[in-house]
Design a protein around this ligand. Structure first.
Ligand SMILES: [Zn+2]
Length: 68
């Protein structure tokens, strides 16, 4: 089956999320990504984990960066 590529596979979605490519994607691709996340609970979980990790990393960065 090979038609026009409308939807992303879970594999592609998790790769995009883990590579943080979702932030640099063209709007159309980002829309496909969001659409997939709306329909796919598994990838939503992946995204939540990535978000959590990102935030945790930012927190760590702030704390170890030594404020004023
Ligand atoms: Zn998925």
């Amino acid at each position: 089956m090979s038609g026009p590529k409308i939807s992303l596979s879970c594999q592609e979605v998790s790769r995009l999320l883990s590579d943080r490519q979702d932030e640099t994607l063209p709007a159309a691709d980002r829309a496909r990504l969001r659409l997939h996340l709306v329909m796919c609970g598994a990838c939503r979980n992946v995204q939540e984990q990535m978000d959590f990790m990102r935030r945790a990393m930012q927190q760590l960065g702030k704390e170890s960066d030594g404020g004023p």
